[in-house]
Design a protein around this ligand. Structure first.
Ligand SMILES: Cc1cc2nc3c(=O)[nH]c(=O)nc-3n(C[C@H](O)[C@H](O)[C@H](O)COP(=O)(O)OP(=O)(O)OC[C@H]3O[C@@H](n4cnc5c(N)ncnc54)[C@H](O)[C@@H]3O)c2cc1C
Length: 398
């Protein structure tokens, strides 16, 4: 039986571990944290992410927890529409999912062939021709036919194999929260969720997780919001961070104020927005018998402006497991590298163009942005949405 070590039990690591196990591999997942615990926030999955989860055999689980996210347009902080909401064709409609629900679905898909070891921080990797790849954690060495590095933005494996890829700050911080339905404000019908409000260096996006009072869609329903602000993360306690958010977003159109008022300090998840610049020169490092691959944020951490990080991690997992079913081990590693690098580079390029739009500051830059946004944003978003909608795993068999 072929064996794999997956480093990291985030969304990408759990997705690929389950997929390999379902294809008959014996999988060991090594996770640094003492407990595998998802963030209490949500994630938007574009059609490519949804299709990848279906290809991984997790479609039914996803359908039970996902809520459709219609286009809500883009407004300025004064309420002026920069981009009016447009009807979204069904094949381009993203969905929003609570991360804890998604995590549960991925854990349920692991099966019995996956051994999950927590409290194990991988610090070395071995890639030598003629020898099976291995990772080291302290004095322990774990060898397998394939190593999948899914250890996130600060990947220890990538630092060793692709040291040219540096982790840099994108110049902004983000705050996210899910307000459970019992505390969520009752919004007027003309206060759209699913839309975004865009100011100078500031952005606010909100989405419904399921419907108030329904036991359907998400088991952990409520209203999810994400605020992004230029600058560094704040060192103050959550109470002060929430007060700052209320000050920064004061006067923004409904429902921004209502959502911040309904948020409690403990709901807040603050994070520095970081990315890899440049991207690693390779995603596959062949060795005997297979080698090492980079997957998810370890391979292509990017700002969340297009909501593609987790979607690409699921694409990586679906691509790798499909290639491993179709090809010999070292060939699959090389094919993975060939397929995934250009794909990730395209999405990262689109995300960086979006970053430039979002970070426009100063009166002239803002005026130019607002004038251009009516054309740039729909074009940029529709080219991103089109490339998201068009992605297919190498073969469609689950
Ligand atoms: C504000 C924000 C909003 C976002 N919104 C979206 C969205 O709407 N849609 C979307 O698709 N994406 C979104 N993303 C991106 C998405 O969250 C990430 O791309 C995705 O979670 C990456 O998953 P991963 O498994 O690759 O990495 P991670 O989730 O970082 O998991 C890595 C795992 O590896 C473990 N680990 C790290 N180092 C070691 C080690 N040395 N040894 C062992 N284990 C280790 C970590 O503990 C962790 O469990 C967003 C990101 C942010 C910051």
């Amino acid at each position: 039986m072929r064996t794999a070590v997956v480093v990291g039990a985030g969304l990408g690591g759990l997705a690929v571990a389950g997929a390999l196990a379902r294809s008959g591999w014996q999988v060991t997942v090594l996770e640094r944290a003492d407990r595998v615990r998802p963030e209490p926030t949500a994630v938007v999955l574009w059609p490519n992410g949804v299709r990848a989860l279906h290809a991984l055999g997790l479609g039914a689980g996803l359908d039970a927890i996902a809520t459709a996210l219609p286009d809500g347009g883009v407004r300025r902080p004064d309420g002026h529409w920069l981009v009016q909401p447009r009807p979204t064709p069904a094949d381009r409609m993203p969905v929003v999912v609570h991360r804890e629900d998604l995590h549960d679905a991925l854990i349920a898909g692991l099966g019995e062939r996956v051994e999950l070891r927590t409290g194990v921080a991988v610090d070395t990797v071995r890639v030598r021709s003629g020898e099976r790849p291995a990772v080291g954690a302290g004095r322990h060495l774990v060898e397998a036919d394939l190593v999948v590095a899914a250890d996130g933005t600060d990947s220890a494996v990538r630092r060793q194999l692709a040291p040219e890829a540096a982790v840099v700050s994108s110049g902004s911080a983000s705050w996210r929260a899910v307000i459970p339905w019992y505390r969520a404000p009752r919004l007027a019908v003309d206060q759209p969720l699913g839309g975004e409000v865009l100011g100078a260096g500031y952005r606010f996006v909100a989405a419904s997780l399921g419907e108030r009072g329904s036991s359907g869609a998400s088991r952990r329903g409520g209203i999810y919001w994400v605020a992004t602000a230029a600058g560094a993360p704040r060192p103050e306690p959550p109470e002060t961070q929430l007060a700052l958010l209320k000050r920064w977003y004061a006067g923004w159109p409904a429902p921004v104020g209502e959502l911040l008022d309904a948020t409690e300090p403990d709901d807040l998840v603050q994070q520095e927005v970081r990315e890899l610049r440049p991207l690693p020169r390779a995603y596959g490092f062949p060795a005997g018998p297979g080698g090492v691959v980079l997957l998810g944020d370890a391979a292509h951490a990017m700002p969340p402006h297009l909501g593609q990080g987790a979607c690409l991690a699921f694409e990586d997992a679906a691509t790798l497991s499909s290639l491993l079913r179709e090809s010999r081990l070292p060939d699959a590693v090389q094919a993975y590298d060939r397929l995934r690098r250009p794909r990730a580079a395209t999405v990262v390029r689109q995300t960086r163009r979006m970053s430039a739009v979002l970070q426009a500051r100063g009166r002239l830059a803002l005026r130019a942005r607002d004038a251009a946004l009516g054309t740039i944003n729909p074009r940029l978003l529709s080219s991103a949405a089109a490339s998201a909608a068009q992605w297919r795993p190498p073969t469609q068999t689950p």
